[in-house]
Ligand binder design. Structure first.
Ligand code: PMP
Length: 421
């Protein structure tokens, strides 16, 4: 259990009372040696599991060689090697990239890039999306008003279009896509002219907003509009990238190639690193010197990212995410049978969620909170999401095996029973 330092600001909200002493694979151990099955992965970060030996070795070696080179002062080998390696996993044509430290910074960087490359001001985002907490990223974020409350005025030039969230809209997927695209077109006629629109920002799976996979037809609809009007399609793959969804990139579930890809979280297995990739035709329009930062492309983080890529390849983690993601989703559906408060179970790869609703269809935050707490007490670490906190999500490390999925599902069934007792 956590002893809270009185000096720690209450602005940080703690999801669980666990004091982590060490991590290994899919497990976290507290100071009393209690073992937790970690289905949060540090919010989708520890892709190769906690302290994967190869990542540890690479980082340790780099720490004793060069910790910080500062990439706009001196170049270093880990960054050069990583840039070449990322070239082989990024969508074809997105062959220019640069680095910053976090998802939010990368989103800000992509927004600056989109504005410079198009000479246009506005960005279109989708209801419920999360793009970060820094000021511009928060202005693009509508996953919950807690991110925006009390900090305004936010950045102008952001238009929020409906997201095809079929369950919430009470529609099937096809209807939801049709509705959301029609609303987007209406928005182009009423709010932001396509001529003023620099970019669409979209997460291939709505993350913090409730774990809702984007229907492929919607992404394809965005691609068509982007092509027609010269708008950039920016895929925020901060949470969905690096194998998380059972493909290397989340957008690969649709027949689209984005213009810009943002990656962070799983990229370096826990070290702060993010990257922005785009074709040369876009990057060459950025003003030299307008991007960068002191810590971007840190040498230890780059070495960890190189090891992460190697582990993903060697251990077939993308395929594992697809296979065990399917097992997880099937198990969650089964666990929800007979639990009237679980209104929807959905996911893609190793991003899976159960949405709690009351009998009249309203968000049931209370039962979700109880189930989340019961799971923690039983040794299964989970996170909630969604604007109302009524969605419980599972996002285990990509190294999770079938037995660990089954163990988590058994604990989840017990937690569901506890929550409805
Ligand atoms: N974009 C997405 C899709 C995210 O999930 C997150 C983090 N949850 C961010 C951006 C922001 O990343 P960071 O917290 O590293 O700034």
């Amino acid at each position: 259990m956590v002893e809270q330092s009185a000096r720690l600001s209450p602005v940080l909200k703690q999801a669980t009372p666990v004091l982590a002493a060490r991590g290994e694979g899919v497990h976290i151990y507290d100071e009393d040696g209690r073992r937790y099955l970690d289905f949060t992965a540090g919010i989708g970060v520890t892709s190769t599991g906690h302290c994967h030996p190869k990542v540890v070795e690479a980082a340790q070696k780099q720490v004793g060689t060069l910790i910080h080179g500062q990439y706009t002062t001196v170049m270093h080998r880990p960054l050069l090697r990583l840039t070449e390696e990322l070239g082989s996993v990024l969508p074809e044509g997105l062959d220019r990239l640069f680095y910053v430290n976090s998802g939010s910074e990368a989103v800000e960087a992509a927004l600056r890039l989109a504005r410079q490359a198009t000479g246009r001001q506005n960005a279109v985002v989708f209801e419920g999306s999360f793009h970060g907490r820094t000021m511009a990223a928060a202005s693009l974020t509508t996953s919950g008003t807690k991110i925006r409350a009390g900090i305004g005025p936010l950045m102008p030039g952001v238009a929020v279009a409906p997201f095809p969230y079929a369950y919430r809209l009470g529609m099937n997927e096809e209807q939801a896509v049709e509705y959301a695209l029609a609303e987007l077109d209406y928005m182009f006629a009423t709010v932001t002219s396509p001529k003023d629109t620099a970019a669409f920002f979209i997460e291939p799976v709505l993350g913090e907003g409730g774990y809702v996979p984007v229907p492929p037809a919607f992404l394809e609809g965005l691609r068509r509009r982007a092509d027609e009007h010269g708008i950039l399609l920016v895929a925020d793959e901060v949470q969905t990238g690096f194998g998380r969804t059972g493909r290397f990139w989340g957008h690969e579930h649709a027949a689209v190639r984005p213009d810009v890809v943002i990656t962070a979280k799983g990229l370096a297995s826990g070290f702060p690193l993010s990257a922005i990739a785009a074709p040369e035709s876009i990057m060459e329009r950025a003003w030299p010197g307008s991007q960068g930062g002191t810590y971007g492309g840190n040498a230890v983080a780059c070495a960890a990212a190189l090891a992460t890529l190697e582990v993903i390849r060697e251990e077939g983690l993308v395929e594992n995410a697809a296979r065990n993601g399917e097992r997880l989703l099937t198990g969650l559906r089964k666990a929800a049978e007979g639990h009237a408060r679980v209104g929807d179970v959905r996911g893609l790869g190793l991003m899976a969620a159960s949405e709690f609703t009351t009998p009249d269809g309203s968000p049931d935050t209370e039962t979700a909170t109880k189930a989340h707490k019961a799971a923690t007490e039983r040794g299964l670490l989970l996170l909630t999401c969604g604007p109302h906190g009524n969605v419980v999500r599972m996002i285990p490390p990509l190294v999770v095996d079938a037995d660990q999925i089954d163990e988590a599902l058994a604990l989840w069934s017990e937690a569901l029973a506890d929550a409805s007792a």
